[in-house]
Design a protein around this ligand. Structure first.
Ligand code: BJ8
Length: 425
């Protein structure tokens, strides 16, 4: 970890003592989780560098943008349309909320029986330990789940927060509501930045974000190969970084990995032996630095080959059509695209069940692990239907409910080992 950025962190109001403790804890975990892997693609070096310098150069870029009069817009959910932010010359940044470190800080205010993702994100602000939060001019929340929705009300006491209303159904009236939310969001962003969103700017921003989605799609497609050419941990890391890195640069770096792993596929090379059990993880998102389940599975002898998750396929599977048109037409296309995200906050949400079965087939998996953050009731309840639809197809499922702490690692390892044993038979 570089220490050259202390003045910047001080200027941002960061609590340096806590911040040092966070970075000092992160480095050994990163080394153990990632750098100990064998046969990694060389192009992962870029992502190692980005994580090694997680609160450095990228934050500096955002600060520079702000000093030049630009705005930074922070988000927590894949429902917030990045295209609109970029089209107003602002920079969107997906805030991470994947560490136990900030959870006890949040618990000074929030109820303990709240999902770790909510507590972690709130703790980052309360503890003043995240330079991305401190750099942002506006945090955009959403009404996807009750816990988040109410947390955003409290977060708004510390920093400007705007909340988009995501409907709970996909009926026509709900779609109309969502379209009106997307239009209102465009107006909020125009007001924040003082920049008008034009047809050309919106079309350019749409292509930019689509290019990153296409690069991630390409990366995920390589994971359908047997043997798999990249570990699940590395693929997860790439997806996590894509939420806060520069959109264009990230797309180029992801494509560089694809060039390398596609060459591996052509040569019949993989990162694990061909007979390694292949696992699809489905469920709650895994924000950086939440690598717990992937690490458990891959050190137990499995390969994670796909994530049906918002830090996974739900983030990039659908593109916004690049047909141009008026700003209104483009906003409609954007609204339609986002309504194709199958978050468990929707009812019914049968499309997600179909997706899981389809992905299980496409990635030739031997089993599915349903990952559920503790106290996330939407995913926990939906797991009942996931289990049924996979059972119908004869695909084994392991349901895991956990948080960000290490307390249950031993117990999880026993369950993972038993699941892999059953799959291998
Ligand atoms: S579109 S999955 S990113 S809401 S895990 S905070 S749901 S209690 S994160 Fe999500 Fe958007 Fe949906 Fe995706 Fe609540 Fe559940 Fe916690 Fe969650």
């Amino acid at each position: 970890m570089t220490t050259d950025h202390r003045q910047m962190w001080t200027d941002l109001g960061i609590d340096l003592e806590r911040h040092d403790a966070l970075l000092n804890a992160l480095l050994p975990i990163y080394e153990e989780t990632f750098l100990s892997q064998k046969n990694r693609p060389k192009s992962m070096e870029y992502f190692d560098f980005v994580v090694g310098d997680i609160h450095g150069i990228r934050v500096q870029e955002l600060r520079q943008h702000a000093m030049n009069g630009g705005k930074v817009v922070a988000t927590y959910c894949v429902f917030v349309p990045e295209e609109i932010v970029l089209a107003a010359d602002a920079i969107p940044v997906g805030l991470c909320a994947g560490t136990q470190f900030s959870v006890p800080i949040a618990e000074e205010v929030l109820p303990r029986n709240t999902c770790a993702l909510i507590k972690s994100s709130f703790g980052f602000k309360l503890g003043r330990i995240c330079p991305y939060v401190q750099t942002s001019h506006l945090i955009v929340g959403e009404t996807t789940c009750d816990g988040k929705k109410k947390m955003f009300e409290i977060l708004g006491q510390y920093q400007p927060v705007y909340v988009m209303e995501v409907p709970n159904k996909k009926t026509q009236p709900s779609r109309n509501l969502w379209l009106s939310e997307v239009i209102a969001f465009k107006e909020v962003i125009e007001k924040l930045t003082g920049n008008k969103i034009t047809e050309d700017k919106l079309a350019r921003a749409t292509k930019l974000v689509n290019d990153r989605r296409r690069a991630l799609q390409r990366l995920y497609n390589t994971r359908q190969s047997r043997p798999v050419p990249i570990s699940g941990k590395d693929a997860l890391l790439v997806t996590q970084v894509s939420f806060y890195d520069d959109v264009d640069r990230c797309a180029q770096q992801v494509n560089a990995i694809c060039d390398e792993v596609e060459a591996r596929i052509a040569a019949g090379e993989g990162v694990f032996p061909t007979n390694t059990p292949r696992i699809l993880i489905s469920g709650s998102p895994m924000a950086i630095p939440n690598w717990k389940l992937h690490h458990l599975l891959e050190t137990a002898g499995a390969a994670v080959v796909c994530e049906e998750s918002c830090i996974g396929t739900r983030a990039f599977s659908e593109l916004v059509p690049e047909n141009g048109g008026t700003v209104e037409e483009q906003l409609r296309a954007i609204a339609d695209r986002y309504m194709q995200i199958h978050c468990a906050c929707f009812t019914p949400n049968d499309e997600r069940l179909d997706d899981i079965v389809r992905l299980a087939r496409e990635y030739q998996v031997d089993g599915v692990v349903h990952y559920n953050l503790q106290f996330c009731h939407t995913y926990a309840n939906e797991a009942v239907k996931v289990e049924k639809s996979l059972a119908k197809e004869g695909i084994p499922l392991l349901r895991i409910e956990t948080d960000y702490s290490d307390e249950d690692v031993g117990q999880l390892r026993t369950r993972v080992d038993a699941f892999l044993e059953m799959i291998r038979r």
